[in-house]
Design a protein around this ligand. Structure first.
Ligand SMILES: *Cc1c(COP(=O)(O)O)cnc(C)c1O
Length: 225
């Protein structure tokens, strides 16, 4: 077995154990393998081991790697997990199956327009800035319910859930619990939360998607961290 295959088995085992400990079904959490900065060969290794769901945080980088892989593995599911500029919305709609980072009105409007043009409707998550950090993307918790309503009613976007990236220096469990509560309040079934350092906690608190990079692929070059 390759190192990547070993790591995949380890992460999946931990997700299963965390789910069982919380009385959840392991099948209710999807592992999104975050392959940013890593080449197509590393993605291929995990594809060979059965992994099908991947996450990238830059549209252009994903465009360099994934069209060929998707042609080879038609059931590959690609998630955009990083900030999306409106001028990249068309490309994002064309390539991604899920967009996890909808976080402002203009982007929601542009995505709606591009989905209409493309005749393709990638599922969307709204990113919430649960830590209210000025430098971080995401809708503020106080603005969330109104933004969900606008996305649904005005733009008819296929909103399926919420996503968050907690502040690095705070207890992630508080943020995960808050995100799950906000999703339930808005009738959203999916919550994307938890990264390499805290995905087991996220699973226990109801994550339907965990986004795991370094625990699967090893550390990234510092510039891209
Ligand atoms: C890079 C990244 C991850 C994965 O981070 P790791 O700590 O390597 O698991 C998850 N979510 C987002 C939004 C990211 O940019």
């Amino acid at each position: 077995m390759s190192e990547g295959t070993d790591r995949l088995a380890d992460v999946k085992g931990r997700i299963d154990a965390a789910a069982r400990a919380a009385g959840r079904s392991p099948a209710d959490t999807t592992l999104v393998a975050v392959s940013k900065t890593h080449g197509a060969d590393r993605v291929r290794e995990l594809l060979a081991a059965g992994q099908r769901v991947f996450g990238e945080n830059r549209v252009q980088e994903a465009e360099e790697k994934f069209p060929a892989l998707k042609a080879e593995y038609p059931d590959l599911e690609l998630h955009l997990i990083g900030p999306l500029q409106t001028n990249k919305a068309r490309d994002a709609v064309a390539l991604f199956d899920v967009i996890q980072s909808v976080d402002r009105d203009r982007l929601a409007a542009t995505l709606a327009k591009e989905m209409e043009k493309a005749g393709k409707r990638p599922a969307c998550f709204i990113q919430v800035n649960t830590g209210e950090e000025p430098q971080k993307a995401g809708v503020l918790p106080a603005d969330l319910d109104a933004f969900v309503a606008t996305c649904r009613d005005t733009y008819k976007l296929p909103i399926v859930g919420l996503m968050c990236i907690p502040p690095v220096d705070e207890e992630p469990a508080l943020h995960f619990a808050l995100l799950a509560k906000m999703a339930a309040r808005n009738g959203l079934a999916q919550v994307s939360m938890g990264m390499s350092a805290d995905y087991e906690t996220a699973v226990k608190l109801g994550a339907t998607h965990v986004r795991v990079g370094s625990a699967l692929f090893g550390s990234r070059p510092p510039l891209h961290a």
